[in-house]
Write a protein that binds this ligand. Structure first.
Ligand SMILES: Cc1cc2nc3c(=O)[nH]c(=O)nc-3n(C[C@H](O)[C@H](O)[C@H](O)COP(=O)(O)OP(=O)(O)OC[C@H]3O[C@@H](n4cnc5c(N)ncnc54)[C@H](O)[C@@H]3O)c2cc1C
Length: 547
């Protein structure tokens, strides 16, 4: 079967879309007013300048306009606006498709010698500017991992599976399922993001509460560097110096190209069960989540929407008349005036799941929660990978939408939630428009949790990115000033690089710069990503490079 075509100027498959339901349009019109519709220019109207010459690279290399356009950026809000308006700031001069680790090393060495900037690209779903080609004096080549795909080896005794870095989410699970195994790492971008991208960005899947972040799933790594191949084999545990695998996890392409990853996998669960619960408010909901994480049994999925996200979620869900009346009656109860929707899911043996559900039920009942049954959870499960299509539909309907995320300890979570919402709302007001800020708590831990914000606003034609920037800057500032991490799972990219030093300190930046300089002395890998300034060139590395 031929590969389904991907949309070049937005999310997902070209032949798939999701409309904005009428009830959601009404909700948005009331809260925000109408905005200017952002239509999408046809591909033929995008002006692509001629490619600058690049040296011969030892792998298939394309420089036709269509390939250059499709590899020019990721899927952050500014990327999508620029794609839709055809106003990209820069295009790669070529796109290179190595097919194995040997070719990747050879490409790195040729590119370094020719002083070409390389942008490393996995599935292309970065939302933080991690793969957006930027204007610069050096020709830029995108090195894509698209042809390094598939399961390289499986050690089913040790429950370790080694995948090539370009393998996409469905291919990972598709290779494991016939062996009765799964990885369980399911970011919302699952269908299009890659193993190497997950590791490079320290991604979190929607089941991370039970499964762990990708950080916890990586057992071993192979990294191609300009100086040769760096192997960090799988070990169950080790005391051989600092944990260097952890240095590569989250390195966002600045230390080399991750070519293979050995991942900890687990048996497919015998049983899965979930529930939607209505809790009386955000504080009560957070207490339920904390109790579940600290006392156990820990669910695989925990997702608590704040009152505004709960309200918008209802507007997005069109129900038959009877079901809708029942829902309205429940939400109309005084106790649930600021009601919050909590989704929980458990996986494992029937006995384990039954016990976990019973234990959790006691916790939510003690907090005044009401179980709404399995339907809400099942709907989320069925539709969760379709939600990103709604973003494109919202832009066409006149509303901007973006998301951002952070994490902090339980004791600081409520204050961070307030501070970020307030900062975003005020920033939009100052800039002369209204915004709706929605939030959910997910990716929960014993000591804290992630907050995932969605913000929506009426678009002003020609100023879409300016509007977004005003709110995004205010949110980033509020996160850092209130002790949150600048990113829980999207990564640093270029967008969060200005805030990194305030989180990791001057010493942290110096250490990162030194490691980058050691592995990429010429600073040609992903310049501007992770570190604001590419470290000064140092002495050249041994192994294939001049001294
Ligand atoms: C709609 C949507 C939903 C999302 N949902 C989630 C979510 O639930 N959880 C989450 O964590 N993230 C999410 N993201 C963000 C994104 O999907 C993740 O950051 C993902 O891990 C990126 O993987 P990728 O393969 O697409 O990498 P890319 O976007 O291609 O690259 C991301 C970064 O990693 C580097 N990189 C990629 N591959 C390699 C490699 N092999 N070696 C070295 N460096 C490499 C790139 O240079 C870049 O800096 C979402 C994004 C979108 C658009």
């Amino acid at each position: 079967m031929p590969d389904r075509e991907r949309r070049w100027n937005g999310w997902g498959f070209a032949d798939e879309s999701a409309p904005v339901p009428e009830s959601a349009r009404t909700w948005l019109s009331k809260r925000l007013g109408a905005g200017d519709r952002l239509s999408a220019v046809p591909e033929r109207d995008v002006r692509i300048p001629p490619a600058r010459p690049v040296p011969d690279l030892p792998a298939t290399t394309l420089s036709d306009p269509s390939s250059r356009l499709r590899h020019a950026c990721g899927l952050g809000f500014p990327d999508v606006v620029r794609l839709r308006t055809g106003a990209l700031e820069a295009f790669p001069d070529a796109v290179c498709f190595p097919e194995n680790t040997r070719q990747v090393v050879a490409v790195l060495q040729s590119a370094a010698a020719a002083e070409v900037a390389l942008v490393l690209r996995g599935g292309g779903t970065s939302v933080v500017g991690g793969i957006t080609v930027r204007p610069g004096p050096r020709p830029t080549v995108v090195l894509t991992l698209d042809r390094l795909r598939g399961l390289a080896s499986l050690d089913s005794v040790s429950l370790l599976a080694t995948f090539r870095a370009g393998t996409l989410g469905p291919e990972v699970e598709g290779a494991l399922a016939p062996c009765g195994l799964r990885l369980g790492h399911e970011p919302q971008s699952f269908e299009f993001s890659s193993v190497g991208g997950w590791v490079a960005t320290r991604s979190a899947g929607q089941r991370s509460t039970g499964i762990g972040k990708i950080d916890d799933l990586v057992a071993g790594l192979e990294v191609a560097t300009p100086g040769g191949v760096w192997r960090l084999p799988a070990q169950p545990a080790s005391a051989a110096g600092p944990e260097l695998r952890r240095l590569v996890i989250g390195s966002e392409g600045c230390l080399g190209v991750i070519t293979e990853v050995t991942l900890r996998v687990r048996p497919l669960p015998e049983c899965r069960d979930g529930v939607a619960v209505l809790v009386p408010g955000w504080s009560a909901g957070m207490e339920v989540c904390r109790a579940l994480l600290q006392r156990g049994p820990v669910p695989e999925v925990v997702r608590l929407s704040d009152p505004d996200e709960t309200s918008f979620g209802i507007a997005l869900t069109e129900l038959p008349r009877l079901a809708s009346s029942v829902r309205n009656a429940i939400f109309g109860l005084r106790r649930f005036r600021h009601g919050c929707l909590l989704l929980l899911e458990w996986a494992g043996s029937l006995q384990k799941v039954t016990l976990a559900r019973q234990t959790a039920a006691k916790v939510w009942r003690d907090s005044g929660g009401l179980a709404l049954g399995r339907t809400g959870w099942q709907r989320w499960l069925d539709e969760r990978f379709r939600h990103p299509y709604v973003r494109d539909a919202l832009l066409s309907a006149g509303w901007g939408v973006d998301t951002l995320e952070t994490a902090t300890r339980w004791s600081a979570l409520a204050a961070l939630h307030n501070a970020v919402r307030e900062a975003m709302t005020v920033a939009a007001q100052k800039a002369g428009f209204r915004t709706a800020v929605l939030c959910h708590l997910s990716h929960a831990y014993r000591d804290g949790a992630s907050l995932y914000f969605t913000f929506l606003w009426p678009l002003r034609c020609g100023d879409e990115i300016g509007q977004w920037q005003a709110v995004k800057d205010a949110a980033s500032e509020a996160i850092i000033s209130n002790g949150g991490t600048i990113t829980h799972h999207h990564g640093v990219g270029t967008m969060h690089a200005p805030y990194l030093e305030r989180e990791v300190g001057e010493q942290g930046i110096a250490a990162l710069a030194a490691v980058t300089r050691a592995l990429d002395p010429q600073g040609f890998l992903n310049p501007g990503v992770l570190l604001l300034q590419t470290p000064e060139p140092g002495p050249r590395t041994p192994g294939g490079r001049e001294e």
